[in-house]
Design a binder for this molecule. Structure first.
Ligand SMILES: C[S@@+](CC[C@H](N)C(=O)[O-])C[C@H]1O[C@@H](n2cnc3c(N)ncnc32)[C@H](O)[C@@H]1O
Length: 393
């Protein structure tokens, strides 16, 4: 089996040759986002797609448009809470192929013309190839798309410039992670070396010492020897950046993930890191480098806590099934022909043991009082599930 995209493998090997073994987080950054050869940056050689039925994995928007429609409904409620500002800004981060944006914009045009008139939709995407795909899927497929713009990162938005709703679906699980393993009673970090034409792992003391060590101190884990897991420091920096951009409104994060207690509990001793290639999963990041996706589940407790530091308060935490139920999915499904392919696809997003339960939804707010949002009507978790993060004001 191939070790990976040849130029990418050469670029990573050359970095290791000059600096010595690199932390896994750096390896994952290069594999996914190397500025020329990274998985998300390069157009697939065979003309296929990264995301979708012809790609390596699918997301909710490939299955059925109800998530986009539910997000538009949630945005409309937030718009009313904010007093119908002009513009009402929606920021979608990590929009992939742009299908969710298209579904959101279509629902807005159909159901909420007043919001549609005032809408400014910003897509934040770091990959030029994905940005191009989004342009094609949105501007060429919608007759009158709302006011749209793109940015590479939240850095390009001014502080306090967003009044509205910021959301992402499966963005944070695509951020590079530090991988850790407990060995001889010490938490060690997995590094990557290149020997005899192959990538191999080796253990070293923690890199990025201060941030990683401080984070572990906060988690205060009690892991046995052999325990392996991941830490996503980029997600914590990200949510702080998002908080700085938001003046008034909510941030809605949908992703594979858990509370810290669950993610770092004793029964998850191998972590959640996975690779996706043509709809099959594997745990082998050192093969097909740059040709397959890599992900790890999100620690929503730490995300909530990091937001609090920047004045982004927890509104609530739920799962995709409950979120969609709160926003009227039952009626949406009732409009579909029973047992039709569209009907079955919509139900696929709701399965408690599938996408409905695995995907979690964290909503945070800033500059407004905590509101009873429709998407949070049903609560599958106790209020204290995100222990450590305050609920308020
Ligand atoms: C897993 S895909 C998301 C799929 C999409 N949201 C959907 O629902 O189909 C991750 C996307 O986030 C982008 N991305 C990753 N890191 C990013 C970052 N730091 N800033 C902006 N976009 C990023 C990737 O290029 C890719 O388009």
């Amino acid at each position: 089996m191939t070790i990976g995209h040849p130029e990418l493998v050469a670029a990573i090997a050359s970095e290791i040759a000059s600096s010595g073994p690199i932390p896994f987080v750096r390896f994952m950054e290069l594999a996914l986002y190397h500025p020329r050869f990274g998985y998300y940056v390069r157009e697939p050689e065979d003309g296929a797609e990264r995301i979708g039925w012809n790609g390596d994995y699918y997301t909710s928007s490939d299955v059925h448009p109800i998530l986009g429609r539910a997000l538009a409904r949630q945005a409309e409620q937030v718009d009313r809470l904010l007093g119908e500002p002009d513009p009402f800004t929606v920021v979608e981060a990590g929009p992939g192929k742009g299908l969710l944006a298209r579904q959101f914009l279509t629902a807005c045009a159909d159901e909420f013309p007043s919001l549609r008139e005032r809408l400014h939709y910003i897509l934040i995407e770091r990959s030029p190839a994905m940005r191009e795909r989004q342009r094609q899927n949105i501007t060429l497929r919608l007759n009158e798309p709302a006011r749209l713009s793109w940015a590479n990162s939240p850095d390009e938005l001014l502080p306090d410039s967003v009044t509205g709703m910021w959301f992402s679906n499966e963005l944070l699980d695509a951020f590079p992670v530090h991988r850790l393993r407990v060995s001889n009673g010490q938490v060690q970090e997995i590094y990557v070396d290149y020997r005899n034409g192959k990538f191999v792992e080796c253990l070293h003391p923690l890199s990025t010492d201060d941030a990683l060590a401080a984070h572990l101190q906060r988690l205060n884990p009690d892991w046995p020897d052999g325990y392996q897991t991941e830490v996503n420091l980029e997600a914590l920096n990200w949510i702080k950046q998002v908080a700085r951009c938001l003046h008034r409104g909510v941030v809605l994060t949908i992703d594979y993930g858990h509370t810290a207690q669950d993610l770092y509990g004793p029964e998850r001793r191998n972590g959640t890191f996975l690779c996706y290639y043509r709809h099959s999963i594997n745990e082998t990041p050192f093969l097909r480098v740059g040709l397959q996706d890599m992900t790890a589940h999100v620690d929503f407790s730490s995300l909530a806590e990091a937001g609090e530091v920047e004045g982004l308060h927890v509104t609530g935490f739920t799962n995709q099934l409950s979120f969609l139920m709160g926003l009227g999915v039952e009626k949406m499904v009732a409009e579909l022909e029973p047992e039709s392919p569209a009907f079955r696809s919509a139900l696929h997003l709701l399965k408690p043991n599938g996408m409905g339960g695995i995907f979690k939804v964290l909503i945070q707010h800033k500059g407004i009082a905590r509101a009873e949002l429709d998407g949070l009507q049903y609560k599958p978790f106790w209020e204290s599930a995100l222990a450590g993060s305050e609920i308020g004001p």
